[in-house]
Write a protein that binds this ligand. Structure first.
Ligand SMILES: NC(=O)c1ccc[n+]([C@@H]2O[C@H](COP(=O)([O-])OP(=O)(O)OC[C@H]3O[C@@H](n4cnc5c(N)ncnc54)[C@H](OP(=O)(O)O)[C@@H]3O)[C@@H](O)[C@H]2O)c1
Length: 306
């Protein structure tokens, strides 16, 4: 067994994400068995403070990043040396942190899971959200024709990101493109993903990535897992459409090198300003608890959380 080395890192930036809401509600498979108290913090950009025994490939002061799922809303933490990505000098650390979960998810959805081709017609649900915005920005770079479903008030943002807005409160997205979409990305799971599947053209692909509609409806993990399992049965329906669930953690476990490669590619795009991630708000460590509470309270119909 190779020995794992753990440098200590000073945390420079760590996000508060929608995914923290799922973790706090025990609706996140990777953490659902963990009992509080534990430290949240899905991602980290930090500076190596101490190397630890046997760490050879890094120096004190190197800027690094990792997706830790939990534990990075902290001043210092240890990280596994074999999982670190390098952060180029000069990047804004908060912008760099946005790339770790939301933008790597979007990049892998487009280029690893769906393997999109220039000119394809693609629908993004939750288009004004963190992953949605990243999908539109990276989809535009990939030469896709994009539609973004969001509340009407986000229409200008969706247009700015190069997509046609669909106001999901007024328009039926299954009727927007009569021939159907090549690919639909769905992090909501309204109607157990059925309408997203219906919106595909023959041979199209539905990539489900989340279940926030199920969370709002206060469903438990079991019915949500059944929605996901059912996706894989739909391939047997006539029409040649396919559906699958993408998980950044599952893909990282299967292809650890892809994660580092894709994240470092995104850091490169950020360095040249080819992408411009929006940081919703910059807060200090002292404001974290309040930010977590606000993020959770913003979720419609939220039950008590730990
Ligand atoms: N599978 C993975 O590896 C992976 C990785 C990262 C994230 N995710 C998932 O991806 C999804 C999006 O994450 P995020 O970080 O982008 O979240 P986010 O920033 O909170 O954005 C989600 C967007 O969804 C929209 N929305 C919420 N409820 C809706 C509903 N009932 N009907 C229509 N639109 C609704 C909201 O837009 P409006 O204001 O327009 O309603 C919001 O902007 C989540 O389900 C998350 O769990 C999955």
């Amino acid at each position: 067994m190779p020995r794992i080395e753990f440098p200590a890192v000073e945390v420079l930036a760590s996000s508060v994400n929608y995914t923290d809401v799922l973790i706090r509600r025990h609706l996140y498979p990777q953490t659902m068995r963990r009992q509080p108290p534990f430290v949240l913090g899905y991602d980290v950009v930090g500076e190596i403070d101490q190397l630890g025994d046997g760490v050879r490939d890094f120096q004190v002061g190197d800027r690094v990043a990792d997706m830790t799922v939990a534990g990075s809303n902290a001043a210092y933490r240890t990280l596994r040396a074999d999982r670190l990505a390098r952060v180029p000098a000069g990047l804004d650390v908060a912008e760099a942190a946005t790339l770790i979960l939301s933008w790597t998810t979007a990049y892998q959805l487009l280029h690893r899971a769906a393997q999109v081709q220039r000119g394809q017609r693609v629908l993004v649900h939750g288009a004004a959200g963190a992953v949605g915005q990243a999908l539109l920005a990276l989809g535009r770079l990939a030469g896709l024709e994009l539609w973004g479903a969001a509340r009407g008030e986000h229409a200008a943002l969706i247009r700015e990101l190069g997509a046609t807005p669909i106001d999901y409160q007024r328009e039926d997205f299954t009727r927007v493109l009569p021939g159907g979409f090549d690919v639909v990305f769905d992090g909501l799971g309204e109607d157990g993903y059925r309408r997203s599947f219906a919106a595909l053209k023959r041979g199209g692909l539905l990539c489900a990535i989340g279940y926030s509609a199920g969370v709002q409806a206060q469903r438990g993990m079991l019915p949500i897992l059944m929605w996901i399992a059912r996706l894989y049965l739909w391939r047997w329906l006539p029409g040649g459409k396919r559906a699958r669930f993408y998980s950044i953690n599952v893909m990282r476990a299967r292809h650890p090198a892809w994660f580092r490669e894709d994240l470092e590619r995104l850091f490169g795009l950020l360095a040249t300003r080819a992408i411009r991630p929006r940081v919703a708000e910059r807060i200090s460590f002292d404001q974290l608890a309040e930010a977590q509470a606000t993020e959770c309270a913003n979720l419609r119909g939220a039950p008590p959380l730990f």
